[in-house]
Design a protein around this ligand. Sequence first.
Ligand SMILES: C[S@@+](CC[C@H](N)C(=O)[O-])C[C@H]1O[C@@H](n2cnc3c(N)ncnc32)[C@H](O)[C@@H]1O
Length: 203
Amino acid sequence: MQIAYSEAAERNKHPILEKLQPLLATCKSVLEIGSGTGQHAVYFAHAIPHLKWQPTELPENLPQLCAQCRQYPSDNLAAPIALDINDVQWPATQPDAVFSANILHIIHWPLVCRFFVQVGKLLPKNGICCTYGPFNLNGRYTSESNAQFDNWLKCRDPESGIRDLADLRCQAEKCGLLLQEDDQMPANNRMIVWRKFSPVEPE
Ligand SMILES: C[S@@+](CC[C@H](N)C(=O)[O-])C[C@H]1O[C@@H](n2cnc3c(N)ncnc32)[C@H](O)[C@@H]1O
């Protein structure tokens, strides 16, 4: 099988890695949602060897992801598994971190809500969830190119589109995930970091 290739993933993988390295420094195991071509998974697993990296994809897209992971193996890169955000039961993994790039503007809003519900259930206290992609702030696009991209997305699928950080925050908080960081990234993207809420234990 020919190895799938994404120009965008190739461009953004290093800036994302630099952002993830300190965030995941004390984590042990990452579940990646919607790994796509697998370029991120193989690059990050190789660069952060202390982490177990678990790539996932929709069942129909698994063969291309598996081919990439076979081509560029690492001891800490797990064999890709099927995961549809819509699944009632997610695979039995016990990650302390979740990473997902360029998904929340692709899936429909009810699925975005499901993403946070499932991640909130999956992560242990203080677990971290890193979501990368284009996001709106205060109801506004952060660039003209993002406005054009959103228009393109909605022509293709009216239920998709760039999400507003305030809407995501509201949904995430219902699922026990607090906004920890919102970092600007190249090409008008952002890394939004969520932390599983850990109530202070009474002494
Ligand atoms: C724009 S691509 C991003 C791929 C990769 N994360 C990247 O940044 O290059 C969106 C990905 O979301 C996956 N996807 C779409 N719907 C999904 C769902 N319901 N559950 C899991 N993944 C989904 C698609 O298969 C696709 O690989």
